[in-house]
Design a protein. Structure first.
Length: 191
C-alpha cells in the first residue's frame, strides 16, 4: 500500500482557530490617542490613552505603556453577555468588584472588594459597558511598583474611540471576535 504524504500540521484541528502568539498595537498617524491593533492578518482600530503611548508609565498620566505584556485573563459582566469564547481564564464580574489605583495602599494595582473606605479604586461593575469584558494586561504586576500605573486593561471602547486612561480599547464586536483567538501564551506588544 502506498502512503501519500500528509500535509504539514498547523497545530489546530479542523473547525478550530489557532491561538495568536502576538498582538501589536501602533499609534495612528496624526492622532496618538487612537491606534491600530494587528492580530494576524487583521488590522483593528482601537483607542489608546489620552497621552498616547508612553515609555515610562506614571499613575494618572493618561498614557498607554510601551512594552510587551501577557494577557493574565479577565472578567465579563454576566448580566450583559454570556461568557465570551476564549482560551483565557475569565470570571464573572460582581457588583462589589474594584481595582485599587491608590498608590498609598498596599493593594495598589490589584483587585479589591468595594466599598473600600478611604481608598481610591476603579469600579469594575460599570454602567457604561466599557468593562463588560476586560482583560488584565499584566502591566506593573510583578513586581508591583507604586505610581507606575494601575488598571491597564484591554476593554470595550467608547463610541468614536475616544481616549482611555491608559488602556487599549476595541469596539465590542471586535473584542469578542478577537477573544476567540487569544490564550494564555498570547502577548500584546504596545508601541
Amino acid at each position: 500500500m502506498i502512503q501519500r504524504p500528509r500535509p504539514p500540521r498547523t497545530g489546530s484541528r479542523p473547525g478550530k482557530t489557532t491561538t495568536l502568539a502576538t498582538l501589536r498595537v501602533h499609534p495612528r498617524v496624526g492622532d496618538r490617542r487612537k491606534g491600530l491593533l494587528q492580530a494576524g492578518d487583521a488590522i483593528i482600530p482601537c483607542a489608546l490613552g489620552s497621552g498616547g503611548i508612553v515609555q515610562v508609565k506614571r499613575e494618572g498620566d493618561g498614557g498607554s505603556p510601551r512594552g510587551r505584556v501577557r494577557l493574565r485573563g479577565g472578567s465579563y459582566r454576566p448580566d450583559h453577555l454570556p461568557r465570551p469564547a476564549t482560551a483565557l481564564p475569565l470570571r464573572r464580574t460582581a457588583p462589589g468588584d474594584g481595582w485599587c489605583d491608590d498608590v498609598r495602599d498596599r493593594r495598589y494595582n490589584r483587585p479589591i472588594a468595594l466599598p473600600a473606605p478611604g481608598v481610591s479604586a476603579e469600579r469594575m461593575w460599570r454602567d457604561d459597558g466599557l468593562y463588560d469584558v476586560v482583560i488584565d494586561l499584566d502591566h506593573n504586576r510583578g513586581p508591583i511598583r507604586p505610581g507606575r500605573g494601575s488598571a491597564i486593561f484591554l476593554h470595550i471602547a467608547r463610541p468614536g474611540y475616544t481616549p482611555t486612561e491608559g488602556c487599549v480599547a476595541l469596539k465590542r464586536a471586535d473584542l469578542l471576535r478577537l477573544l476567540r483567538r487569544l490564550g494564555p501564551r498570547t502577548r500584546l506588544v504596545i508601541g
